[in-house]
Write a protein that binds this ligand. Structure first.
Ligand SMILES: O=C(O)[C@H](O)[C@@H](O)[C@H](O)[C@H](O)COP(=O)(O)O
Length: 230
């Protein structure tokens, strides 16, 4: 298992993660003329995306998209698209091409096939996928006890529509297949509670119990885990 644990605390952690991501994106652009970054929503990515936005990159060569999305209007405070536009796609970084996960369909299930077509047309494998983890061990919108979890873990598609058991809003999410179609995975974990869940996830057990295991209990893709102890 190619998992590197990096314990970073405080404000510097976000800057350090952003610098590491920027280096890998710059290398990808040099090697292949394009780089693809998919990011999660929630609280953890915000400072990283704000820091990354300030890093000098050839943003015209970057494709930015999402790991998952809530099926809400992009102006909603709950929208991950809004999070990315407000934090990362500012200044020179606004020149990046953004591929959304929300369209005009009435719900995620009706919208999924068009999103799947958009994602199938992207250059895979992605260069970087930035994951978070919930207190229940979910990642992306692959939730324990989720009725679409088994499909999300086994489907050969890139995307899936899902309804979280407890979190709000229908979701559009990358599948496990898509998440593992990446050259690098970053995982951000903050706080003692999540560190305990992370430690439990590292112990072998069913991926359905703690879906973050899909990224941890594999040796195909290098995983950098950035753990903020504070
Ligand atoms: O859309 C979302 O909510 C995220 O993609 C979700 O999977 C997130 O990564 C975890 O819930 C951790 O969220 P925090 O970073 O806020 O702890």
């Amino acid at each position: 298992m190619q998992t590197e644990h990096i314990f970073a605390t405080g404000a510097q952690a976000a800057t350090d993660i952003a610098a590491r991501i920027a280096t890998l994106l710059s290398d990808a652009i040099t090697e292949r003329g394009v780089a693809t970054l998919a990011v999660s929503g929630g609280r953890s990515p915000r400072p990283v995306l704000e820091a990354l936005s300030k890093v000098p990159l050839d943003w015209t060569k970057l494709i930015v998209t999402l790991v998952d999305e809530r099926w809400v209007d992009p102006v909603s405070a709950d929208s991950n698209e809004r999070l990315v536009r407000e934090t990362l796609l500012q200044g020179p970084a606004a020149a990046a091409r953004f591929v959304p996960m929300k369209n005009s369909a009435a719900d995620a299930y009706a919208g999924q096939s068009a999103v799947e077509a958009d994602f199938a047309a992207l250059p895979w494998p992605f260069d970087i996928i930035l994951l978070g983890m919930g207190d229940d061990g979910h990642t992306a919108s692959l939730f324990p006890q989720g009725k679409e979890l088994a499909e999300g873990l086994s489907s050969p598609a890139y995307t899936i529509a899902a309804t979280p058991p407890v979190a709000p809003h229908q979701r559009l999410s990358l599948t496990a297949h898509a998440i593992l179609q990446s050259r690098h995975i970053f995982l951000q974990i903050g706080g003692a509670g999540k560190k305990a869940v992370y430690d439990q996830a590292l112990a072998s057990g069913p991926v359905e119990e703690l879906p973050i295991r899909l990224a941890l209990l594999q040796d195909k893709v290098p995983v950098e885990v950035w753990i903020a102890e504070s």
